[in-house]
Design a protein around this ligand. Sequence first.
Ligand code: WTA
Length: 659
Amino acid sequence: MSSSQATNGPSGNIDALLQEHRRFPPPPAFAEHAVAHDPAVYQRAHDDPDGFWAEAARRLDWYKTWDKVLEWDAPWAKWFVGGELNASYNCVDRHNATWRRNKAAIIWEGEPGDTRVLTYRDLYREVNRAAAALLDLGVKKGDVVAVYMPMIPELPIALLACARIGAPHTVVFGGFSAEALRDRINDSGAKLVITADGGWRRGNVVPLKETTDAAVQGAPTIEHVLVVKRVGEARPVEMKDGRDVWWEDALAKASQRIVEPEHLDSEHPLYIMYTSGTTGKPKGQLHTTGGYLTGTSLTHQWIFDLKEDDVYWCTADIGWVTGHSYIVYGPLANGSSVVMYEGSPDYPDKDRFWDLVEKYGVTILYTAPTSIRTFMRWGPEYPAKHDMSTLRLMGTVGEPINPEAWMWYQEHIGHGTCPIVDTWWQTETGMIMITPLPGIVATKPGSATRPFPGVEPAILDEQGTAVPRNSGGNLVITRPWPAMSRTIWGDPQRYVNTYWSKYPGVYLTGDGARQDDDGYYWLLGRVDDVVNVSGHRLGTMEVESALVSHPAVAEAAVIGVSHPVKGQAIVAFVTPRAGFKPSDALTVELKEHVVQAIGALARPERIYYTAELPKTRSAKIMRRLLRDIAEGRVLGDTTTLMDPNVVNQIKQQYESSEG
Ligand code: WTA
């Protein structure tokens, strides 16, 4: 069955046809050679999780073995207690000490078409030089380094250099605004920021240095700005005397110095990654060293069936957790060859990804459902131009994949036969948690299937009772796992409140899920006020705070609505202040205002003006009703509304503008 036939079928809806009934067992030839091929591993891990994770940790090189696998004083976990290691050593030095020194570590292509290949030997040299440069700039073990960079090899080099000297990094995605960067620098207390003079995106320069300059005004902890020259003449930048240093110069000064990796405690902070939550302020998730590296490298090898000669490409940006775990730490700890691409998938044309797959002989591809839906819209003629027969396994992450996109992905990218791993996880979990093992588990389009060995989820109702099969509930994780976030940076109480309070001692994911008759997990999206736009999390509160910081806005409510490509899009309901009239010009201005405050990914798709927002008698905005209106659903319970007329007015306005 081809997806186009199915779409045109009588039901007109392939999703309904596929749900739960289509199963794709691992192709026998694939299963036979799969890294993980023994189903008994699930039971083994369940019966002795500590033993299972200890065995996994032995895949790393430790300076000192741990005394205890897990110390669990809920919600505080310590993994591999007493052990010492270094992530940079594990990702670089230990490969440089073997034949892999001449294996490609990073196969990079810039958007304009320039390319670089760094062997593990090259990576070793560059990471050492960068680490020496950081030391020269006064960065010490425990100092936080902010990173705001394009997707160029210096980005993973910078991270590994930080890890080498025990300086936790905090990477801020290059699409974030100066304000967002400043907030993260100030929250983390970063001492240094590493950036570039720019990066290429759709043929244009992303002015990272200028944004950094704006951010650093008002970030008193920053002592130096280290700047990689990426675009040069295309965007000359100003260098502030005494503060700004060119990366090239700093590394030249460091020459060929070797920096002995710090012997770090297993729980030493590796990085902070900010993620959106239900309040305005992003949360800095702290990931530490031993458990994180164990979890990411094991999952990377088993889920992506990693073999020595694979060419692995994860299309995420290193500014997100996916890039941390599955471009940098997992894959490099495993000594794999990693493809990295700087720019946009439609530059110079819509077949750029497929051109890269063909050019580098990519065997494993990991991308997001929103990208797949974009490719679907562009049409199958783009992948069809390229020989992609090297692909043997594909993955997705970021949101539930609709079965139609799943089928299209397999048919048009995976030449009809590639197994697909739908991987569910979060910034907080650090590693993939629910996923098929492709040599063992039959997949069903749209389901992330079953927990990774050693991971123990459950689906609970509001009272904390496990729901029966086929009913939805809150997805939780009942047992600690090694890559889990250890705390929220600077705010441990918020960590407790957000994740561990609804069901004491149990991790609350914030996602809804249900299990089908076979025990497969189907993710149902967020249950809180978090919107998933193109696979990226945004708190509705963050966007609301941005809107109300505009002088024309008295109040704002933001919701996520279904969007055919982005998964969800942002819709805002705005009450203007007295004296401000709604207009198209104001709409444009408000959208731009949000982009300035957060970044382009937060740009509202639509803005509606309303004299009042629907509120409860205790004055809480009822976003649920706005969602019902926006999705054209029958309105839910309205009995707690202060003024029931308000929703009808909004509904009329919404419907007339839709029509
Ligand atoms: C969603 C990205 C369904 C989910 C790694 C989660 C998914 C949030 C999937 C985390 C998937 C991610 N199926 N939903 N395979 N993968 N999600 O922190 O809502 O950026 O809570 O981490 O994305 O997003 P985050």
